[in-house]
Ligand binder design. Structure first.
Ligand code: KG4
Ligand code: ZN
Length: 368
């Protein structure tokens, strides 16, 4: 069965809908970023749910009309079903299930983080496995070995705050608007990244899967260190003056950790194709840093902000994979937390058997 797919994203504070054709090309992508949360400095779940309800119909209508696609031509309707804010998820899931029922087409639930893995592929057909995947969003930080779509070996994840969450919390400490990530990146451009020596949490640990938790992340200590530095500056009325340096020094610490762990994963797995997905992957300094670390022989796949930040196109693209694989990934209901479908452990002895066994991928991993 062929035809365009409609993808809907309502996990947090973006109401988004996109239509993809059967080759995975974006025919339309509409994103409404909620600004009702701005004055609160963070997302208010009930306001998010209510705004999704107000926006979902016009956002979907705009996506269909921009794509020149009629509802009756749709092959399937997909929605992010987990993880996310329950009230927000319920709007997208209930709306899309009802629409799929009315149109008598399949409804495809998608794991939001699997969607982020498919983001770069929307713009670059080479952004396919095998790759080392770094997923960095407001709620998650994960390092994965992805030999093929649907097989996600977990190397490490955050033990406390996510990378994006650290950006958002530090942004608040520095008096920057929500979300903190883009504001910190902009402020850091005029700052000296060596002015403040913030900690690089867990960087001292030995890399290599033999050491338990060797690829894990932790960002809450870094956030606390920034808070302790900011407190006396605030008392002295010096935060504004120091803001670029604080932002640059914080960002340098996060980048050291993310790039350091990613390069350790590349060495562990033996594949220097790297994909970075999720909202934080929009950070140009992070992209440049990882590109520099993996060297000219490696490949870095990232998308432009519209496919890296929350969007309906990545949901439709992951749904296309799930439909073609005939495997829903075990998702059927909304969930605030849910494991990535196809999540597997990583063991060093997998190194050789995993490499080169990536059906559907023409790219050959380089083995160092
Ligand atoms: O993936 P995403 O749009 O939503 C979630 O799934 O959470 O990611 C949002 C996160 C926020 O924490 C935001 O501050 C961060 O991505 N972010 C950035 C940048 N743009 C967005 N972090 C660092 N630098 C950026 N340029
Ligand atoms: Zn996201």
């Amino acid at each position: 069965m062929t035809g365009p797919i409609l993808g809907i994203e309502t996990t947090c504070d973006e109401t988004s809908a996109a239509v993809l054709d059967e080759r995975g090309t974006i025919l339309s992508l509409v994103i409404h970023s909620q600004d009702v949360h701005r004055i609160y400095g963070g997302v208010v779940p009930e306001l998010a749910a209510r705004d999704h309800l107000r926006r979902i119909e016009p956002v979907v209508a705009a996506a269909l009309s921009e794509a020149g696609v009629e509802r009756r031509d749709l092959r399937a309707i997909a929605a992010a079903a987990a993880p996310g804010l329950i009230g927000a998820l319920l709007v997208g899931v209930t709306w899309s299930r009802a629409a799929a029922f009315a149109l008598d087409v399949p409804w495809v639930p998608v794991h939001h983080m699997e969607g982020h893995l498919f983001g770069p592929a929307l713009e670059d057909p080479a952004a396919v496995p095998p790759f080392v995947g770094l997923l960095v969003s407001g709620g998650h930080t994960m390092l994965l070995w992805v030999p093929e779509w649907g097989r996600y070996h977990l190397l490490g994840q955050t033990r406390d705050d996510a990378a994006g969450e650290a950006f958002d919390k530090v942004g608040k400490l520095l008096g920057l608007p929500y979300p903190g990530g883009p504001a910190i990146e902009a402020a850091a451009r005029d700052g000296d990244p060596t002015r403040y020596a913030f900690p690089r949490p867990m960087m001292g640990r030995r890399a290599g899967a033999a050491a338990p938790g060797a690829f894990d992340f932790s960002f809450s200590g870094l956030k606390t260190a920034v808070a302790q530095t900011v407190a006396p500056l605030a008392e002295a009325g010096a935060v504004e003056e120091e803001r670029p340096h604080l932002a640059a020094s914080f960002q340098a610490a996060v980048l050291d950790v993310l790039a350091g762990r990613t390069v350790a994963a590349v060495e562990e797995v033996g594949c220097d194709r790297v994909l970075v997905g999720g909202g934080v992957s929009a950070n140009r300094a992070l992209q440049a840093r990882i590109r520099g670390e993996i060297g000219p022989g490696g490949r870095l796949f990232t998308g432009s902000p519209r496919v890296s930040l929350d969007n309906g196109a990545m949901i439709a693209r992951a749904a296309q994979f799930r439909l073609e694989a005939g495997d829903s990934g075990g998702l059927h209901d909304v969930a605030a937390r849910a494991p990535l479908p196809g999540m597997l452990p990583w063991k060093p002895e997998m190194r050789d058997s995993s490499l080169g066994s990536a059906p559907g991928s023409e790219a050959q991993p380089s083995i160092n």
